[in-house]
Design a protein around this ligand. Structure first.
Ligand code: ADP
Length: 437
């Protein structure tokens, strides 16, 4: 709906723009035409009053000099048009400066607005005494340029529409193509690596779509091969680690020297750490290749309870709070439980005295929050901590153990559910991790 509104707004603006430019073009055409070929309105008005002009030029003017006035009077009697004789000075005062020249030359000068024309009686005063100082002023001529103007307007509107329709159709197809591309980019960005535009070659933005698809192919290939590499390396490391563990145990059994036994114990610790790392990595690789979730109906309250119960006992107080009846969600309880317990384990590592696990339903979303009163996470690091192997303060983290994979795994698990995991400040004073589903 919103998209539709935006499209309509863009089209409306486009329509207004086209109309404005057509109006501007109309004026330009009018002025260019009047410059080059004379005022078109003048032309129309002249045609409309051609009968009256004809009477003056071909009937009255053809009279012998002394009969000129008589003929004019005869015309006056039969015509609906009023023909008055006024002084040249009065005519000059009534006309705009641009038409004075034509009047002087003895031409018919139209006054369209007043449906009138002016013409000098003659140039040399031969018709009667002082005739060169008088002007025929014809009024109530059958001039009507409105109709002509309307016709002109209709013509331009039709041209505008004829222009607008193909342009609108053309840009609409463009627009839809772009929207499809941006949807594909969104999906791809959200992790659905198989998203492609796949436009027909006839589509207007086919070349762009094709390049983007090609790029997506390459990125997918690279990501898949990276995951495969991670998976195979971790997998291959398992066997030698197992052999090392076994060999160390044998060695330990044979060694009599206490110093050597201490060495061996330290080495066993290292090997154990290596083993943990490989297991974590394998877990992450598995999460990456997980496509379909094993969703089932999960009771939110009992999910929280069991996550809290799985936490090894620590010195801090853990409170589980839920404000309302939270109902159930469709989720993979194993994955979601994993994410929750990673967050709780972190909270336990960093909390000073208390940890709080809570959940609310807000605007159709289920929010699960894990808070602590530890040091919290600086603003600038709030995205980076979700990257694999990223840890904040090396010295602090070394003491707490961990490879920097916990949060990355938790986020992957939540993303697989179509949710989001973010971090902010807690009212307790430390970090507050929020799972939104
Ligand atoms: P690790 O396994 O090392 O804990 P994580 O991915 O779980 O790695 O966490 C990444 C980093 O984020 C941690 O090293 C730590 O610096 C920081 N962090 C995670 N949880 C908290 C928390 N509750 N309070 C403060 N810092 C935290």
């Amino acid at each position: 709906m919103l998209e539709g509104d935006r499209v309509n707004r863009i089209f409306f603006r486009f329509f207004v723009l086209v109309m404005l430019s057509i109006t501007a073009a109309t004026f330009v055409i009018y002025f260019a035409m009047s410059r080059l070929f004379g005022d078109p309105l003048d032309d129309i008005a002249r045609r409309q009053s051609s009968a009256q002009i004809f009477l003056i030029e071909q009937y009255v003017d053809e009279a012998p000099a002394d009969e000129w006035l008589v003929r004019l009077n005869r015309v006056r009697e039969v015509s609906d048009t009023r023909f008055d004789l006024i002084s040249l000075a009065a005519a000059r005062a009534a006309l705009p400066r641009a038409s004075l020249r034509a009047l002087e030359r003895g031409e018919v000068v139209l006054d369209i607005g007043n449906k009138a024309f002016y013409r000098r009686v003659d140039l040399d005063g031969q018709r009667y005494i002082g005739s060169d100082e008088e002007v025929i002023h014809a009024r109530d001529l059958p001039i009507d340029v409105n109709l002509a103007l309307k016709m002109e307007a209709v013509r331009y509107v039709i041209v505008a529409l004829a222009l607008l329709v193909p342009v609108a159709l053309w840009s609409r197809s463009h627009w839809q193509g772009l929207q499809k591309l941006s949807r594909v980019a969104d999906e791809f960005g959200a992790g659905r690596l198989s998203a492609r535009a796949r436009m027909p070659p006839s589509a207007s933005i086919y070349p762009l779509a094709e390049r983007i698809d090609h790029m997506a192919d390459r990125i997918e290939e690279l990501l898949v091969s990276q995951k495969n590499l991670l998976h195979s390396v971790s997998h291959e490391l398992r066997t030698p680690i197992a052999r090392l563990e076994f060999a160390l145990e044998l060695l330990d059994a044979k060694a009599g020297d206490p110093a050597l036994r201490r060495r061996i114990a330290a080495m066993e610790g290292d090997v154990r750490e290596l083993n943990d790392l490989v297991n974590e990595l394998l877990g992450m690789a598995r999460l990456d290749s997980e496509q379909a979730l094993r969703r089932e109906t999960v009771d939110v309250a009992s999910l929280l309870e069991s996550a809290a119960a799985s936490l090894p006992p620590g010195s801090q107080a853990l409170s589980v709070a839920s404000a309302q009846d939270l109902g159930t969600i469709e989720a993979d309880p194993r994955l979601l439980g994993r994410a929750l317990s990673n967050l709780l384990r972190n909270a336990q590592k960093y909390a000073a005295a208390s940890i709080r696990l809570s959940a609310v339903r807000e605007e159709g979303k289920l929010l699960i929050m894990v808070e602590d009163d530890g040091p919290g996470i600086p603003e600038a690091e709030r995205e980076r901590i979700f990257e694999p192997f990223y840890r904040l303060d090396r010295s602090r983290d070394r003491a707490t153990g961990g490879f920097g994979l916990g949060l990355s795994i938790a986020r992957k698990a939540v993303l697989l559910h179509g949710g989001s995991l973010s971090v902010e400040d807690s009212a307790l004073g430390g970090a507050k991790f929020v799972i939104a589903l």
